[in-house]
Design a protein around this ligand. Structure first.
Ligand SMILES: Cc1cc2nc3c(=O)[nH]c(=O)nc-3n(C[C@H](O)[C@H](O)[C@H](O)COP(=O)(O)O)c2cc1C
Length: 204
């Protein structure tokens, strides 16, 4: 039987990420993240660092594909999938960049390798352009090594940003068994319930 889910969708999502981590799954907060570009949808993987009552947060450099898309159109979608647990969460909503102070505060908590990647982006971004973002062979490695050798790379570069993705809909899918079908519980944001969500089963 699928487990019953609590009435607050963000609480379910936070718990599922926690349980994926507790089960030892690699990168339990990995989310596929799709944005809307002028030529159609664009998708990539990101690592969610925070799930609060309203939004999931992750970090990125700007301007890159996702931030260029979001600046023009905040509509976005995200998918978490934990195959070993037979669980999927699908998010639909809007994503915006947060104030620079939030990013500055979060930067020291990020692994050193990702800090150096952010500094490599800081150096390389002025020389690349969308949509291809082409770089010379070895350029990323050289910029990464230069950042590692430089003082001050533990502070956030100006191009590093935090994105808050606020879903207005969350679908929680649970696998079935040989004897039972999969299930999907759909949550929609509302101001008519104490939790701020309504929920109903939908076709899985
Ligand atoms: C497991 C994994 C985690 C990633 N986490 C992030 C992330 O948190 N933020 C980010 O900007 N890119 C992350 N990336 C890289 C993105 O998938 C993507 O290549 C990059 O952000 C540029 O995408 P864009 O030009 O479409 O914005 C990650 C990639 C993988 C495979």
């Amino acid at each position: 039987m699928p487990e019953p889910l609590e009435p607050d969708a963000m609480a379910v999502l936070a718990r599922w990420v926690r349980e994926a981590g507790g089960a030892g799954l690699p990168l339990p907060s990995t989310m596929s993240f799709a944005t809307t570009g002028p030529d159609g949808p664009h998708a990539r993987t990101v690592l969610v660092t925070t799930i609060d009552a309203d939004a999931v947060l992750f970090h990125s450099s700007t301007p890159t594909g996702k931030t260029v898309d979001l600046d023009a159109d905040p509509r976005a979608a995200g998918v978490f999938h934990w195959p070993a647990l037979g669980r999927q969460a699908v998010l639909t909503g809007r994503a915006v960049r947060l104030d620079a102070a939030v990013s500055r505060a979060a930067f020291p908590t990020r692994p050193r390798q990702l800090q150096l990647v952010a500094w490599a982006y800081e150096e390389l971004l002025p020389g690349v352009s969308e949509p291809a973002y082409g770089v010379a062979p070895g350029a990323v490695e050289a910029a990464f090594d230069a950042a590692a050798a430089r003082e001050g790379s533990a502070a956030a570069p100006p191009s590093w940003t935090t994105i808050a993705f606020t879903p207005h809909r969350l679908d929680f899918w649970q696998a079935g068994t040989e004897a039972t079908p999969p299930t999907k519980q759909r949550y929609d944001r509302t101001d008519r319930t104490p939790t701020g969500w309504t929920s109903t089963p939908v076709l899985p």
